[in-house]
Design a protein around this ligand. Structure first.
Ligand SMILES: Cc1cc2nc3c(=O)[nH]c(=O)nc-3n(C[C@H](O)[C@H](O)[C@H](O)COP(=O)(O)OP(=O)(O)OC[C@H]3O[C@@H](n4cnc5c(N)ncnc54)[C@H](O)[C@@H]3O)c2cc1C
Length: 445
C-alpha cells in the first residue's frame, strides 16, 4: 500500500486518559498536527487512586512515560477480601507471578501522576501537539470528508469551527459526540443509570500514623476489599505509600435526590458514615478520618454496547464508547488501548482520503470493540458477585473464595484477580494485534 500521511490534522476532543494517550501515541508515530480541545481549564479532577494494570503499563512504557508513574506507584503482591461487617477474611490471593508473566507488575498509583506524566510527555512534543483548554466542543458540523465541529472558548470569545482530517472524540461518559453519531444512524441509545455511586477518598499517612491497624494497611503491597450487600470498599496505598486511597460502590441516594449534570458531587460525610454504618470498626475508623467537606461522590453510569464507534472520519474513544464500571479496574486502561490502536491504524492509513481514513478507523473498531465489550461485561459481573446478599449465590461465591484460601484454585469471583482473566487482559498486546492484522482487515472493507 501507499505512503503513510503523517501530516494528517487530527483533532482530539477531551484531555482525559484516552485523549492524552491518543495525542502522545500519535506524536510518537510521527504525526505532526495534533490538537486537543478540553472543556476544563486544566487536567481536571484527578484526586483519586487508579489501578495500573500491565496492559496499560506496556503501552505507557512504549510511549515513554511509564517510569515516572512506576516510580511512585505500589507494586501489588496480593489481594485480600473481607466480609465488610465482620471483617472475616473471605479470600487471600497472592499475585507474585504477574511481572514475570506479563513483563509488568500490577501496580496502583495516583491519578494525577498518571495523567500528569502523559501530559508532560505530550508537552515535550509541543511542535506536534497543541492544547486548547477551557474550550468546549459541541456540535459535529460534518462527519466528512473533512470532519468539523464547533468549539466554544469558555472564558469568552465567539464559537468557531475546527476542521480536521480526523476527529477523535475522547469526551468521556457524557460524550456530546456519541449521541450525534447515534442520531445519524437512527439509533435510540442513552447512558444508563446503574443505581450505584462511588465515594473516592484519600487519607494521608500522617492522619493514619497514630493507629498501628491503619498504618499496616498503608504499608502493605496489597489491594484490600471489604464487601457487603449492594456495596463494597476497595483500598490501596499510592503516592509512595504516603496516601491510602479508598473507593467505594454503593446504592446511589444522593444523585437520585439531586441529579447532577457532572455525575460528581460533594458528598456528605454523615451520609457516607450512615451508608457504611454496619461495616467493621477498622473501616469506620478510616471513614471518620475523612475531613468534612472532602467527600467526593461519583455517579456510576454505563451504556449498552454501541452498534459502531466510527462514523465518517470521526471515531469515539474510551468511556465515550465503552464506559466500564470500576470493578475490573480497566476503564482507563481500555481508553489507553484505544489510543494506542488508533495511533497504529492512522500511521498505516495509506492516504489522506476520507475513504482510507474511514477504513482505518474501522480497523481500530474491529481490533478493539469486541475486547472492550467483553471487559465491560466482566466488570459488571464482578460488581454483581461482590454485592450479593444472603442466599445460595453468596454461599457459592464464598465457597469459591474459601477454595482459593485453601490453595485449591478455581475461578475468582473478583474477576481482576482471576488468573484466566488476567491472561486475557494482561497478555493481550493490542498494538501488536493492530500492526499484524491491519492490512487484512483494511482490505476486507
Ligand atoms: C470510581 C471509579 C474508579 C475507577 N478506577 C479505575 C481503575 O482503577 N483503573 C482504570 O483503568 N480505570 C478506572 N476507572 C475508569 C476510568 O476513570 C475511566 O474509564 C477513564 O477515565 C476514561 O477515560 P476517558 O479519556 O475515556 O474519559 P475521561 O477520563 O472522563 O475524559 C474525558 C475528558 O473529556 C472532556 N470533555 C468532556 N466533554 C467535552 C467537550 N464537550 N468538549 C471538550 N472536552 C470535553 C472532560 O473534561 C474530560 O477531561 C474508574 C472510574 C471510576 C468512576
Amino acid at each position: 500500500m501507499g505512503a503513510v500521511k503523517k501530516d494528517l490534522h487530527v483533532a482530539i476532543i477531551g484531555a482525559g486518559m484516552g485523549g492524552l494517550a491518543a495525542a502522545l501515541a500519535l506524536a510518537k508515530q510521527g504525526f505532526t498536527h495534533i490538537e486537543v480541545y478540553e472543556h476544563a481549564s486544566n487536567l481536571g479532577f484527578v484526586g483519586a487512586g487508579i489501578q495500573l494494570a500491565p496492559n496499560m503499563a506496556r503501552i505507557l512504557d512504549r510511549l515513554g512515560c511509564w517510569s515516572p508513574i512506576e516510580a511512585e506507584a505500589t507494586d501489588i503482591k496480593e489481594t485480600k477480601i473481607f466480609q465488610g461487617d465482620t471483617e472475616v477474611e473471605l479470600a487471600h490471593i497472592a499475585l507474585p507471578h504477574i511481572r514475570e508473566t506479563y513483563g509488568y507488575a500490577h501496580m496502583v498509583g495516583h491519578r494525577s501522576n498518571l495523567a500528569g506524566s502523559i501530559y508532560e510527555s505530550c508537552k515535550a512534543k509541543k511542535a506536534s501537539i497543541s492544547f486548547f483548554f477551557a474550550t468546549a466542543a459541541s456540535e459535529i458540523v460534518s462527519f466528512g470528508p473533512k470532519p468539523s465541529f464547533t468549539a466554544t472558548p469558555r472564558k469568552g470569545g465567539a464559537p468557531y469551527t475546527v476542521t480536521a482530517d480526523v476527529i477523535l472524540a475522547a469526551d468521556g461518559i457524557k460524550s456530546v459526540v456519541r449521541p450525534q453519531i447515534m442520531r445519524e444512524l437512527g439509533v435510540d441509545a442513552d447512558v444508563e443509570d446503574t443505581g450505584q455511586a462511588a465515594y473516592r477518598i484519600m487519607l494521608k499517612r500522617e492522619d493514619m500514623a497514630h493507629d498501628p491497624e491503619l498504618i499496616a494497611l498503608l504499608d502493605a503491597d496489597r489491594v484490600t476489599r471489604w464487601i457487603g450487600q449492594r456495596k463494597h470498599i476497595i483500598a490501596y496505598p499510592v503516592a509512595n505509600k504516603n496516601v491510602y486511597n479508598l473507593s467505594t460502590a454503593h446504592p446511589d441516594t444522593s444523585f437520585a435526590a439531586a441529579p447532577s449534570a457532572t455525575y460528581t458531587t460533594k458528598g456528605s460525610k454523615s451520609s457516607m458514615l450512615d451508608m457504611y454504618a454496619d461495616f467493621c470498626p477498622r473501616v469506620l475508623k478510616m471513614l471518620n478520618l475523612v475531613p468534612d467537606g472532602e467527600v467526593c461522590e461519583w455517579k456510576l453510569r454505563v451504556h449498552q454496547p454501541l452498534p459502531t464507534w466510527v462514523h465518517g472520519s470521526v471515531a469515539l474513544v474510551g468511556d465515550a464508547c465503552h464506559p466500564t464500571l470500576p470493578h475490573l479496574n480497566q476503564g482507563a486502561a481500555q481508553a489507553i488501548e484505544d489510543a494506542a490502536v488508533l495511533s497504529v491504524v492512522l500511521a498505516k492509513c495509506p492516504s489522506a482520503s476520507a475513504e482510507d481514513i474511514n477504513k482505518s478507523l474501522r480497523v481500530y473498531e474491529a481490533v478493539r470493540k469486541e475486547r472492550a465489550t467483553v471487559l465491560v461485561g466482566l466488570a459488571a459481573a464482578s460488581g454483581k458477585a461482590l454485592h450479593l446478599g444472603e442466599g445460595e449465590a453468596k454461599k457459592e461465591r464464598d465457597r469459591q473464595f474459601a477454595a482459593l484460601k485453601d490453595k485449591k484454585g478455581g475461578s475468582v469471583p473478583d474477576k481482576w484477580a482471576d488468573a484466566d482473566v488476567q491472561k486475557m487482559i494482561y497478555g493481550h498486546d493490542c498494538m501488536k494485534v493492530a500492526e499484524d492484522e491491519f492490512y487484512d482487515i483494511f482490505k476486507s472493507f
